[in-house]
Structures are given as structure tokens and as C-alpha cells.
Ligand binder design. Structure first.
Ligand SMILES: [Zn+2]
Length: 392
């Protein structure tokens, strides 16, 4: 009997349990693209984008069965509420431009429905709660528009929550921040601590009634970027039922590269947001010498550590493809099977691979829905704005 190669094992698993990727910034890439300028049809997802990382042919090649698309907005740009709606609209236009490829997905059960129809389940996540403009009402409107996950902040601390990459002002989360978490619970919206400070994540874990996700974060113990989760948080995911989704961002997977980048960035490791991230990286290399390389094997190492620390039921993948530099071997969305082949090679069982690919995150989504359904039956929408929540 010939032994099945790791890649064939991975492909076999992903045929039944395709990848549910926790984070992709394609909507922002389309918006920032100089030619398309936000026009989904002009960007043309049906062709391979050799300089980009995400398009339909390579989503298919990568066995992607579901995607959390980020409705992202930079914190300090003008018109945050409008920008959030524009990004939700971009995702809705991706869905409507390709109804044969993307299934507008709003419940966990839509994953299986999409798989059966040969489509990719398209889920909306709001990345950055700045668009709430300190009011709970927009959250419900975002939910009504299809959003099923909230990343409360991006790289900057807001009036109610501390960012991982900014000075803390609230000991993590203040009273209004807690109200946002509770209203997400009630709506059946996942709270995603990816960009939240370590204390902020701990506070969310104290408050939330539902499991949480860290949709594109790694382990702080292996790479000390503040965006990565400390071990005590990873261990608390077991009780919470949540999932940490390993990200491919090079500066979050390798301590060597992290140290190189530290010399080039501010104390919080914040990357400059304006302009082309690949060009910025090339510029840094001209000034500081070549950056230490990161590879697919580094991501596999990180996943092994996350599984050892949080447990096999609490790990997934959240690539964070955003048009920036990526590890060797994981340059685009077509590379997911190679990562799962590496994990198969490292001794993960088929069942474990399926959990990491999509089963764990689907369990979180089902539980969040169940808790939301229950809470909505017994509690009314919470009204109010930041000023209604004095004190801490
Ligand atoms: Zn992000």
C-alpha cells in the first residue's frame, strides 16, 4: 500500500471541511486600488491578480469555503460612520457581482449550504468600531445589513476600548465598551478581540456571555508583538469556548523579524497605513538592510504552539491577506492546502485538520447565534451613547 502524501491528505480533508478564513482585507484593497477605486466589477475578481493575493481562481485553488471579509476603516480618517457603510456596501457588491461564486452568509448553517452549492460563504466583519461614533444604534444597523462580527477597534484606542497598538486609556474597556460587548451578545454578533489590548481582551472575556474570536492573532510568547495574545488569554479560550485564528502577517509570526521591525517602528509596532504596504516594506529594507525571512513553516510552528496552549478545539486560521508582504509559501489564498499539508506532515490527524480549517470557528458561530437567540427573547435592545455611561 502506498502512503498518502501530506498534500493529498490535506486536499482530502479540505474537500469535506474547506477553509473558513478569519480575515481578509480584499474590500479595502479594491477600494484603494488605483484603477478600480472601489469598483468591484472593474477590479475583476474572475482573473488572477499576480500582484495581489486574493481572487476567485485562487480562492478555489485554496479550498476556501468561507471568508470573513473585513469592512475596515482607518481610525482617524474622516466620516467613520459613512466609511463603514461604504465598506459593507463593497462586500455586498462582491456578493452580488458573483452570485455563482459567493453565497451571502449570515448564519453558521450557511457554510454547509454554500459548500453543497459549490460556493464560498461570504461573511461580513466590521473592523474598527470607530464608525459607531459612540452610539449603540449603528451596531444594530450593521447587523441588519449582514455583519456578524465586530472587531471593536483597529490600531488606535477609542473612547471606550484600548487598542493593542496604542496607549491605554480605559484599563482595557470602559462601561460603554461593556455595553457594546453585551449588545453584540444579544444580536448574535461575534466579538473579535484581534486588535484589542491584552487587558481589553481580558475584560471582554469577563463580560461576554458568548465565545469570542481572535480572528487574526498569534501567540505573544512566541513573537512579542502586542497584537498577539498572551498565554493567559489563550488558556482562557478553553472556558470561553472561543478560537484564536493564526495569522500569516510576517511581523506577527517571527521574533527575528519582529526585532528587525522594532528598530523601524514606534513603540507599539504600528505600521504606517497610507500607501502600498509592499513598497513601504521595500523602503525599510533599503534603509535597514534585508529583513529576516519568514516562511510557511514559521506559521506551522505558531499553530503547533497555539494548539499546545489553547487546545485543539480553540485554533483556526485567519490569514489577514491585505495586499502586503506574506511568508514564503503563503503568498496568496491559493496556498492554504500547502499549510494544511505541512500540518499533516507534523502529525495532526485528519480530524484535527478539519477542526483547524473550519469546524472550530463554526462551533463558535453556532454558540453565538444560540446565545443571541436566547437573549433577544428576554431582553430589549440597549439604547444609549457614550455619554449615558459615566464612570468606569
Ligand atoms: Zn486587522
Amino acid at each position: 500500500m502506498t502512503e498518502v502524501s501530506p498534500l493529498n491528505r490535506a486536499l482530502d480533508v479540505l474537500a469535506r471541511d474547506p477553509v473558513f478564513d478569519g480575515h481578509n482585507d480584499l474590500p479595502w484593497v479594491i477600494r484603494a486600488d488605483r484603477e478600480a477605486r472601489g469598483d468591484v466589477l472593474a477590479y475583476d475578481l474572475t482573473r488572477v491578480h499576480p500582484r495581489g493575493d486574493t481572487d476567485i481562481p485562487r480562492l478555489r485553488q485554496g479550498r476556501v469555503g468561507a471568508q470573513f471579509w473585513a469592512a475596515f476603516q482607518p481610525t482617524n480618517a474622516p466620516h467613520p460612520a459613512r466609511t463603514t457603510l461604504e465598506l459593507i456596501d463593497t462586500i455586498l457588491r462582491i456578493e452580488s457581482a458573483h452570485p455563482d461564486v459567493f453565497l451571502p452568509a449570515r448564519r453558521a448553517a450557511d457554510f454547509a449550504r454554500a459548500h453543497k452549492a459549490g460556493k464560498i460563504a461570504s461573511y461580513i466583519v466590521i473592523e474598527g468600531g470607530v464608525g459607531l461614533e459612540n452610539s449603540l444604534a449603528p451596531l444594530r444597523v450593521w447587523h441588519a445589513a449582514g455583519a456578524r462580527m465586530l472587531i471593536p477597534c483597529h490600531n488606535e484606542t477609542l473612547d471606550w476600548i484600548d487598542s493593542a497598538t496604542d496607549a491605554p486609556r480605559h484599563g482595557g474597556l470602559n462601561a460603554f465598551g461593556r455595553a457594546v460587548v453585551r449588545e453584540c451578545n444579544r444580536l448574535g454578533m461575534i466579538v473579535d478581540g484581534a486588535h484589542v489590548s491584552h487587558d481589553g481582551i481580558r475584560k471582554i472575556l469577563d463580560v461576554t456571555e458568548a465565545p469570542m474570536l481572535l480572528s487574526h492573532s498569534n501567540a505573544f510568547a512566541r513573537c512579542d508583538h502586542p497584537r498577539n495574545a498572551p498565554d493567559d488569554v489563550l488558556k482562557r479560550l478553553k472556558d470561553n469556548g472561543g478560537v484564536v485564528m493564526a495569522t500569516f502577517v510576517p511581523g506577527f509570526i517571527s521574533q527575528k523579524l519582529r526585532d528587525w521591525l522594532k528598530a523601524t517602528r514606534d513603540g507599539f509596532g504600528k505600521a504606517p497605513m497610507a500607501g502600498d504596504p509592499k513598497a513601504q516594506f521595500a523602503e525599510l529594507e533599503i534603509r535597514h538592510g534585508p529583513a529576516p525571512k519568514t516562511t510557511l513553516a514559521d506559521v506551522a510552528d505558531m499553530i503547533v504552539y497555539l494548539v499546545e496552549t489553547a487546545g485543539i478545539d480553540h485554533v483556526g486560521v485567519g490569514s489577514d491577506f491585505f495586499g502586503g508582504p506574506q511568508p514564503q509559501g503563503l503568498e496568496h489564498v491559493g496556498c492554504f492546502p500547502d499549510l494544511f499539508a505541512e500540518l499533516a506532515h507534523r502529525g495532526f490527524s485528519n480530524r484535527d485538520l478539519a477542526k483547524i480549517a473550519s469546524r472550530n470557528v463554526l462551533r463558535v458561530m453556532r454558540q453565538v447565534e444560540k446565545i443571541g437567540d436566547k437573549l433577544r427573547a428576554t431582553s430589549a435592545p440597549t439604547l444609549g451613547r457614550l455619554e449615558d455611561y459615566p464612570g468606569v
